[in-house]
Design a protein around this ligand. Structure first.
Ligand code: UDP
Length: 320
């Protein structure tokens, strides 16, 4: 297939673009480099630098089979302080993309969505039919885009798939996490191991969990990329399918830090800090639907191997 990957200079976008190319697809990356890195665009891939809202129309007029839409603003804290940036950057931009797809007859859309669309869960593991009550603006904008995709599938026959990611981690060779403002647990802990930070703060140790720290479902970025491939291949015209992507196993903040200590061989000082606003105690995915309907099989579920790949990337200086 001939595919556009938006946000292909970012973490998930670059790994997914690399896997799509390896699977024999022709890929063009679009990215405005607001948070991405030009050198993360996989080799041999055409790169269009620019704002998706402006670039999508002329590019899609060249004739494409589908779009993998990974470009987004994705910092929860920032989304609460500057909501307009998120409603514009995520919702308005995605609407322009959907219009350009409609106008140019681009059939398939795979959309990067998030567990943040669910908010505080009533039950874990979380299934796709669970109530969607986002507790932050970031999650609300992703949910709004899901509604738009459903409308376009119904009205225009779009073949849409939304993938709701849980905690993405790990790296794939030269492709990994390189955020200017790092807020995610594993890269922060590895920065402590590298001596770039003094210690890691654990946001609360009085949560209703066994060791008192929050539990999350960590999924290897390469398993996520495979799901994108399968989603693109299985997208059905006139249908909007939604899949949760996680490993189905939860690990506490303390367990993550301990695993990082074992994998890196570094002491990694940690201290308890106040809870972070908007954090649910436990987030674990049920990915049964993706397994059954897409035939998705995560291969890197072991937390030590996820951390090991992230460590290989970070300790080679690639996370800078
Ligand atoms: N966390 C932490 N210290 C940090 C960063 C994160 O204790 O410096 C915790 C956070 O409260 C959450 C878990 O680690 O319970 C995963 O957070 P992250 O930001 O990586 O992903 P999120 O679950 O928010 O998408």
């Amino acid at each position: 297939m001939k595919l556009v990957v938006t946000g292909g200079a970012g973490y998930v976008g670059s790994v997914s673009a690399a896997r799509l190319v390896e699977a024999g697809h022709e890929v063009v990356v679009v990215d405005d480099l607001s948070t991405g890195h030009a050198d993360a665009v996989p080799e041999g891939v055409r790169f269009v630098e620019g704002d998706i809202a402006e670039v999508a129309g002329p590019l899609l007029a060249e004739g494409f089979d589908g779009v993998l839409h990974c470009a987004a603003k994705s910092l929860v804290g920032e989304s609460m302080q500057d909501p307009a940036k998120y409603w514009n950057g995520n919702v308005v931009t995605s609407l322009r993309l959907l219009e350009a797809m409609r106008d140019n007859g681009t059939q398939r859309l795979v959309f990067s969505s998030t567990a943040a669309t669910y908010g505080e869960p009533e039950q874990v593991p979380i299934v796709e039919t669970a109530p969607t009550r986002p507790t932050n603006t970031y999650g609300a904008t992703k949910l709004a885009i899901d509604f738009a995709i459903t409308s376009f599938a119904n009205a225009h026959g779009l073949a849409g798939v939304s993938l709701r990611y849980f905690n993405v981690a790990g790296a794939y060779g030269a492709y990994g996490e390189r955020h200017t403002v790092e807020t995610h647990l594993i890269p922060i802990v590895l920065q402590v191991a590298l001596g770039r930070r003094e210690k890691v703060q654990m946001y609360g140790d009085d949560w209703p969990t066994e060791d008192g720290t929050c539990i999350r479902d960590y999924i290897h970025v390469l398993d996520l990329a495979e799901a994108h491939l399968l989603a693109m291949e299985n997208a059905k015209p006139g249908r909007h399918s939604i899949y949760n992507l996680g490993s189905g196993f939860g690990f506490s903040v303390k367990q993550v830090i301990d695993t990082c200590r074992r994998v890196t061989g570094h002491e990694i000082p940690a201290e308890v800090a106040p809870r972070r606003a908007g954090d649910p105690a436990v987030l674990v995915a049920s990915s049964e639907r993706a397994r059954q309907e897409l035939g998705w099989q995560p291969k890197h579920e072991d937390l030590a191997s996820i951390v090991g790949d992230a460590w290989a990337f970070a300790s080679a200086g690639r996370g800078d």
